[in-house]
Structures are given as structure tokens and as C-alpha cells.
Design a protein around this ligand. Structure first.
Ligand SMILES: C[S@@+](CC[C@H](N)C(=O)[O-])C[C@H]1O[C@@H](n2cnc3c(N)ncnc32)[C@H](O)[C@@H]1O
Ligand SMILES: Nc1c(NC[C@H](O)[C@H](O)[C@H](O)CO)[nH]c(=O)[nH]c1=O
Ligand SMILES: N[C@@H](Cc1ccc(O)cc1)C(=O)O
Ligand code: SF4
Length: 477
């Protein structure tokens, strides 16, 4: 959180919940409010937003995290995890293939993007970003399929030349001033044409891989300037090869927070509508929350309620992914709006309260990308049961200043998960296909991907020690 120093404190997020305006917390909180919420959590009674706020803050009547209360919350969540999903820890053999970093949305927590102007054909602005045309996307996925991946996860900047299809290009180009009205410039204006969204889907959906792509923000971009429904856009994307959608762009699903950290992004209502559209089109979705910047614990609780209500209506959410804010290279930090990300105690409480509050979402993910191995494993004892994927490539967290590398091998996974006394399980994106891994039967490699045969994905030395800084390309040399 933004007030640094005490690594176990919650800063303003922990302390200000009871004075947050407009969230119904005017009643002075008492010790009893926390104890009541904890008792409900232990008994499996559905929690209210106020209950979640109490648990996230370890009581709102005092500032900072109370270590004894925190342990009680984590223990309740760990027990709930064991009762609902058991002792398996899942992970997926996957590849991140992000198509472009060009984006003008201007989110203040993001350093993944590069100003789209720099990508224009006549620009001489230097940038370290990229745009992969569909053929290049396909080649990257093909290579990873040979390594045994099950899933390709693709999230991208909102490139102004991106359109759903040719019809969308025509609609956007017909505007009087497409650049300012609908954030559109024709592909000819750019050094590299990203192709259409449908072309990218068709290119990446190769060889039976599971394609996990098109966040609500991207879906909005794929229908901007039209009266198309999210459902029909997701149906077209699915017909081109999309299998499920990532629920990023959620950030904090409270508009007064979005006004500060991502004023250019879709509002909460649109994010919810996009996910409902994806679900109506028959797609599974994930859900996320990026926390630890300017929001209060009450905002986190409100966010969880949005997700739980959405899941009550759709049943399409396969997992909840807490995304711990990485602050170092972001505008929010550089401009002095925040002076750190969340504390480890906050990470633990977010995972735990997500497990307890989201009684209708089976899986809660820990991220070695955001938290590193040791803290990631700790989160698996706070209510999480999934440890994400091999990913092979990472650009969002590393560009923000994260230092935990860009892939983990199956041997890494098996060693880490068995070290905490749990069972390693290779999963499909939707968790329906699962393969328990015998730790003694190494070396380990993926078996669920269309071309997977149990061969380790990466040469042994690439997976040694801290994987940070070694790319798969370097490892192949
Ligand atoms: C980089 S965007 C790419 C996809 C698309 N542009 C979008 O916004 O949905 C994907 C997600 O990465 C996460 N993210 C970006 N910067 C981050 C940071 N500094 N720390 C943690 N998560 C971050 C945000 O949750 C964001 O929605
Ligand atoms: N938590 C992070 C993820 N999670 C996504 C998973 O890797 C996977 O795609 C999803 O669970 C669907 O199967 N990905 C990142 O790149 N970085 C993270 O921090
Ligand atoms: N790629 C996202 C995380 C993510 C991707 C897909 C998901 O389904 C969930 C989370 C990030 O690094 O921030
Ligand atoms: S989070 Fe997504 S929409 Fe926002 S600036 Fe980054 S890439 Fe663009």
C-alpha cells in the first residue's frame, strides 16, 4: 500500500475502511465486528461486504494488521480450501503470447504499454515494444506447442489499428475524426499491421491449443464505435478459435478507484457486461483484482462482491486471480501517488478473504510472477490452490519492475509443491482435466497439451535456481 515502512502494515487501506464514504461503514466498528465475521467465515456462512472489510483489515477499529487476527483469518481460509478442493496444487503448461504493447489507454499502474504514436510508420521515436503480425503469433505458438503447452494466454495493448474484422475497419474509418472519436488509425499508418482480432485468434488457435484471450477491455476495443453486443463479439471470436477469456482489466471494480488509476478504461458496469457476454457466448472466464495501490480495504471487499454476484448469475468463472500491484516503474509510483505496492500481509489476507468470500469460485491462484517462489508458496497455505502456469514469457510484471523471471519448469513446480506437503497436478485451463504427478517419476514434463509427451519443456539448466533473466530463447541456444 502507499504508506511504506511497516512491512506488516496495511497502510491507508487497512486503516481507513471505517471512514470510507458511501460504502455504509458509518457505524463505528467494534472488536465484535471482526469476531462476528470470523465466526461466520469459520461456519461457512456467506459473508457480507462489511464482514469482508473486517477480515481484510483484521478489524477496522484499529490501524494496521493485527498479527494474531491475521493468523486466524489465514487458518480459516486454509481450512476452507482443504475442505472444498483438497490438497492438490494445480498449474497449467502455458505460454504468454502478447501481440502488441501499443496502447493509448494510459492506465497509471501500467508500464507494459508503449505510446501507440511510436509505432507509426513515419515515427522516429525509439521504443522497446512490439507488434506481432498474425503469422508471427502463429509461429510463436507453434514452437511452444512442440514444447508441450496446453494453453496460450494472450493479452495486448489496445492498438489503434486493431479492429474485429474488415467490416469493423470500415465502420471505424467512416468516422469524421476516427483517431479522436474512436481511437482508430488505419493499419497503413503503422510500421507493422497487427491484423484483425479475428485473424489473430485464427492464427493463435493452432494445433488444438486452448486459446485464452480477449479481456473485457480488448472486447470493448473490438466493438468500439458500433452497436454490437459483447455476446456477439465473443461469439465471432469463439468461431475464430477463442476458447476462454481472461478477466483482467478488472483492477478494482469500483468506479471512484478507476477514475484515479485508469480513467481511460471501461467502467465497472462495462467490465461486468463484457464478462456476461463472454459467458452467454459459452466461454469460460477468469476473474482478477489488482490491489495495493490507492484503494481501501472496503474497495477490495466491494470488488469481491461484484465478482461473487457475477458468478451467481453466470457460473462461468473458473478462478480468481489476485494481482499484487508491482509499483517500481509505473506512473502511479513515479508521480508520487503511491510509494509501494501491498505488503505481504495484505497479499495473504487478500488470498484468504477471497477464498472465504467467494464461496462460488472454486479456485484461487497464487502468482510466482508477482510474489516469487517463497511467498507464492506461502499464499498456497492462505487459501490458494493454483500456482498459475509455466508462461515461458513475461512482459507485464517485468516491465513494471518485477524480478521473479518468466517461466517455471515442471521440475520446479514438482519440487516447490511437494516441499509444502501438497500434491502437484497438471491441469487444463478450465480445471476439468487434471493429472496428478508422481514426484518420484522425474524428470517431469507436460502431458495434457496436444503435442505433450512428458518431455521437460526446457533444458534442465534453464530451470536451475532463480529462473529470472533467462529467456526460453537463450535457454535454447
Ligand atoms: C497489461 S493489461 C493487458 C490487457 C489489456 N490491455 C487490458 O488492460 O485488459 C493486463 C493486466 O495486467 C495487470 N497489470 C498491469 N500492470 C500491472 C502492475 N504494475 N502490477 C500488477 N498488475 C498489472 C492489470 O490488471 C491489467 O488489467
Ligand atoms: N497470475 C498471473 C498469470 N495468471 C494466468 C495463468 O498463467 C493462466 O493463464 C490462467 O490461470 C488460465 O489458465 N499470468 C501471468 O502472466 N502473470 C501472473 O501474475
Ligand atoms: N497476464 C496477467 C495475468 C492474468 C492473465 C490471464 C488470466 O486469466 C488471469 C490473470 C498479468 O500478468 O497481470
Ligand atoms: S493495462 Fe491494458 S489498457 Fe491499460 S495501459 Fe496497460 S495495456 Fe493499455
Amino acid at each position: 500500500m502507499s504508506s511504506g515502512g511497516d512491512s506488516d502494515g496495511t497502510g491507508p487501506a487497512g486503516g481507513s475502511a471505517s471512514d470510507a464514504d458511501g460504502f455504509g461503514f458509518a457505524e463505528p466498528a467494534t472488536d465484535q465486528s471482526f469476531e462476528n465475521a470470523l465466526a461466520k467465515a469459520r461456519d461457512g456462512i456467506r459473508l457480507t461486504v462489511d464482514d469482508a472489510t473486517e477480515l481484510l483489515a483484521t478489524g477496522t477499529e484499529r490501524e494496521g494488521v493485527d498479527p494474531v487476527r491475521k493468523e486466524a483469518v489465514l487458518e480459516a481460509a486454509d481450512r476452507r480450501r482443504a475442505e472444498t478442493v483438497g490438497d492438490e496444487v494445480t498449474f497449467v503448461a502455458n505460454l504468454n503470447n502478447n501481440v502488441t504493447t501499443a496502447c493509448n489507454t494510459g492506465c497509471l499502474f501500467c508500464n507494459f504499454k508503449d505510446s501507440a504514436h511510436a509505432f507509426e510508420a513515419d515515427s522516429d521515436v525509439e521504443h522497446a515494444g512490439f507488434t506481432k503480425p498474425p503469422a508471427e503469433s502463429r509461429a510463436v505458438v507453434e514452437d511452444a506447442l512442440d514444447m508441450g503447452i496446453y494453453e496460450v494466454c494472450s493479452v495486448s495493448g489496445l492498438h489503434p489499428a486493431f479492429a474485429l474484422n474488415e467490416e469493423h475497419h470500415e465502420i471505424l474509418a467512416a468516422r469524421d475524426d476516427p483517431a479522436s472519436e474512436v481511437n482508430y488509425k488505419p493499419p497503413e499508418a503503422y510500421a507493422t499491421d497487427p491484423g484483425t482480432y479475428l485473424e489473430q485468434m485464427a492464427a493463435m488457435s493452432v494445433g488444438g491449443v486452448h486459446l485464452h484471450s480477449m479481456t473485457p477491455e480488448e472486447a470493448y476495443h473490438a466493438k468500439r464505435g458500433t452497436d454490437w453486443e459483447y455476446e456477439s463479439v465473443y461469439r465471432d471470436l469463439a468461431a475464430a478459435g477463442l476458447d476462454s477469456a481472461p478477466g483482467t482489466a478488472a483492477e478494482i471494480l469500483v468506479d471512484e478507484v478507476r477514475d484515479v488509476i485508469c480513467p481511460g478504461k471501461i467502467r465497472t458496469g462495462d467490465w461486468v457486461a463484457a464478462i456476461e457476454g463472454a459467458a452467454a457466448a459459452g466461454l469460460d472466464v477468469t476473474s482478477t483484482m489488482m490491489y495495493g495501490h490507492v484503494e481501501t480495504v472496503a474497495h477490495r471487499a466491494e470488488h469481491l462482491k461484484v465478482i461473487r454476484d457475477l458468478q451467481d448469475r453466470t457460473g462461468a468463472i473458473t478462478e480468481f486471480v489476485p494481482l499484487s500491484f508491482i509499483h517500481q516503474n509505473t506512473p502511479l509510483y513515479r508521480r508520487g501517488v503511491v510509494d509501494s505496492g501491498p505488503s505481504r500481509a495484505e497479499d495473504e489476507l487478500v488470498v484468504a478473504v477471497a477464498r472465504l468470500f467467494l464461496d462460488n469460485v472454486d479456485h484461487v491462484q497464487a502468482s510466482w510472477v508477482k510474489s516469487g517462489d517463497a511467498h507464492g508458496l506461502k499464499l498456497l497455505n492462505c487459501g490458494a490452490d493454483d500456482f498459475m502456469g509455466t508462461i515461458l514469457s513475461e512482459e507485464i510484471t517485468s516491465r513494471a519492475g518485477g524480478e521473479y523471471g518468466e517461466y517455471r519448469s515442471f521440475d520446479d513446480y514438482v519440487e516447490m509443491i511437494t516441499a509444502i506437503g501438497r500434491t502437484p497436478v497438471e491441469r487444463s485451463t478450465d480445471y476439468r482435466t487434471r493429472r496428478r504427478i508422481d514426484p518420484d517419476d522425474g524428470p517431469h514434463g507436460p502431458r495434457l497439451g496436444p503435442r505433450a509427451d512428458g518431455t521437460p519443456m526446457l533444458p534442465e539448466r534453464a530451470a536451475e535456481g532463480d529462473a529470472a533473466g533467462t529467456s526460453p530463447t537463450e535457454a535454447d541456444d
